[in-house]
Design a binder for this molecule. Structure first.
Ligand code: SF4
Length: 407
C-alpha cells in the first residue's frame, strides 16, 4: 500500500491510499472520479513527435529551441504545471518576451476584476472545516474539486466540534454529492437561474444594510436574511467557471460586496474554486517573481499585465502570436490549433491531440512521476509531493531547462 498526495486537482488530498499492481495504482479509500480516471490512463507509447511522427527527445527539444529563437511573439498557454515548471517558463519569457496565460484564465479574470475594484476576504480550508457555522455554496457542483463536500463541508469531525452547521446550496444545477447524501446531511437548497441569483444577492445586500426585511414576502430572502444575521463565522463558496458567462462579473462583484457588508457585524469570507489545472500554483510563482498574475506579457523587457489583451482566446483569434507552447502535465484538456501559428504541446503521453501539434513532448505528472511542489486551493499551503511511479517521463522543468540551455 502506498500513501499518496493527489495532484489531480487543487484540493491536493493527502489522505489517499493506493494499492500497487504492476506499476498501476488503484485507490483504496476514495471514489473520487477524477483521481480514478487519472490513474487508469494506460501509457502505450511515450515518444516525442514532430508533425505527428515519432522522434527522439533530443531532436524534439532542439526543434523547440529553434522555434523559440525564431519566434517574434510566444504564448505560454494552459500552464498545467508546478512551481519549478512555472519558474523555468518565466525564465524563457524573460529572455525572449511573450505572454503567459492559463487554462482557467477566463473564469479567474472575472474574479480578478472584482478583487481589483473592491477587494476580497478569503477563507482557508481549515477555517471552512473547523469554524464555519454557515456555508453558502453558490453554483458549485462536486465536479470542480470533487472531495470538497465530504472533507470540508460535511467532515466526520471538526476541531471546534461544530454541531449545528447550516449549509445552503444556491444555483441552477443539482449538486450530486449533496443529493446523494440527503439522508445523511442536512442542507437547504434554492434553485435559481443566474439572473434571479443576481437579484437575490442584490436584494439581500439591501436588506442587510437596512437591517430590516421591510414587508418582503420572498421566502428565500427572509430565510437567508435570518440565517446570515445569526451567523458567527460564515463562508460563501463559488466556482466562477460554473456561473453564467454573461452575468459572472456582476454576480462575483455582488458576492464580494455582500461579504464586506456581512463583515460589519459578523465574520464572513469567500472561497473561489479554481479547478483542476493548478492556477493557484502558477499565479503564486508569477506574483513572487514579477508582482503580476497570469495574462502578463514580457516583450518590452518588463512585465505588463492586462486580463483582456493577453487572453489566450484573443491572442489566437487576432493572430498576435506566432508560437504557442501548451503545457498540460496533469490532464488531457482540449487545446486549440490555428493556421499559421506554430503549436507545441508539452503534455501527458496519452493526450489525444498529440499527433496534431507541430511538436509534441511527453511529460510526467508532478507528484506521480517526479517530486513536485504545488499550492492548495486556499493558497496558504504549499505541498511537497513525492514521485511514486517508475516511468521515464521528464518534468516541464527538465524539458524547458534543456531548451533554455540551447537558446
Ligand atoms: S478531490 Fe482532487 S485532490 Fe482530492 S482525490 Fe479528487 S482529484 Fe484528487
Amino acid at each position: 500500500m502506498q500513501s499518496f498526495i493527489c495532484p489531480f486537482c487543487s484540493l491536493l488530498c493527502d489522505d489517499i491510499r493506493l494499492e500497487i499492481k504492476n506499476n498501476s495504482f488503484v485507490p483504496l479509500n476514495s471514489n473520487c472520479l477524477i483521481l480514478k480516471k487519472s490513474l487508469k490512463r494506460k501509457i502505450k507509447d511515450h515518444f516525442p513527435r514532430i508533425k505527428g511522427k515519432k522522434t527522439t527527445m533530443s531532436i524534439a527539444i532542439e526543434e523547440l529551441a529553434k522555434l523559440i529563437k525564431k519566434s517574434k511573439s510566444i504564448l505560454f498557454a494552459g500552464m498545467g504545471t508546478d512551481t519549478k515548471g512555472t519558474k523555468v517558463s518565466l525564465d524563457i519569457l524573460d529572455k525572449f518576451g511573450g505572454t503567459i496565460d492559463h487554462f482557467s484564465g477566463d473564469s479567474y479574470s472575472k474574479n480578478l476584476k472584482s478583487i481589483q475594484e473592491i477587494g476580497g476576504v478569503y477563507i482557508t480550508l481549515a477555517e471552512l472545516k473547523n469554524r464555519c457555522d454557515t456555508i453558502i455554496i453558490i453554483e458549485t457542483t462536486d465536479q470542480t474539486v470533487p472531495r470538497l463536500f465530504e472533507k470540508y463541508i460535511f467532515p466526520k469531525e471538526t476541531i471546534n466540534k461544530i454541531k449545528k452547521r447550516k449549509i445552503v446550496y444556491i444555483g441552477s444545477k443539482k449538486p450530486q454529492f449533496l443529493l446523494k447524501n440527503k439522508n445523511r446531511f442536512a442542507f437547504n437548497s434554492i434553485y435559481l437561474n443566474s439572473q434571479n441569483l443576481l437579484n437575490l444577492i442584490s436584494q439581500l445586500r439591501q436588506k442587510i444594510n437596512n437591517n430590516s426585511l421591510d414587508s418582503t414576502k420572498d421566502k428565500n430572502l427572509t430565510f437567508l436574511f435570518k440565517l446570515l444575521k445569526n451567523t458567527n463565522y460564515g463562508s460563501i463558496i463559488l466556482s466562477a467557471s460554473e456561473l453564467d458567462k454573461d452575468l459572472c462579473d456582476l454576480i462575483i462583484n455582488e458576492i464580494n460586496l455582500l461579504i464586506q457588508d456581512l463583515n460589519k457585524f459578523t465574520r464572513f469570507a469567500g472561497m473561489f474554486l479554481s479547478g483542476i489545472h493548478h492556477l493557484v500554483t502558477v499565479n503564486e510563482v508569477l506574483l513572487w517573481q514579477t508582482g503580476f498574475p497570469i495574462r502578463t506579457n514580457f516583450s518590452k523587457g518588463y512585465p505588463r499585465h492586462n486580463i483582456d489583451q493577453f487572453s489566450t482566446t484573443r491572442l489566437l483569434a487576432k493572430k498576435e502570436v506566432d508560437l504557442v507552447v501548451w503545457i498540460d502535465s496533469f490532464h488531457e484538456e482540449k487545446i486549440t490549433f490555428k493556421k499559421n501559428i506554430k503549436s507545441v504541446l508539452l503534455g501527458i503521453p496519452t493526450h489525444p491531440q498529440k499527433k496534431n501539434a507541430d511538436i509534441f513532448i511527453p511529460l510526467g505528472t508532478p507528484g506521480l512521476d517526479h517530486n513536485s511542489h504545488l499550492f492548495r486551493v486556499d493558497k496558504v499551503v504549499s505541498m511537497h509531493l513525492k514521485k511514486i511511479r517508475n516511468i521515464s517521463l521528464p518534468s516541464v522543468f527538465e524539458v524547458l531547462s534543456k531548451v533554455k540551455e540551447r537558446i
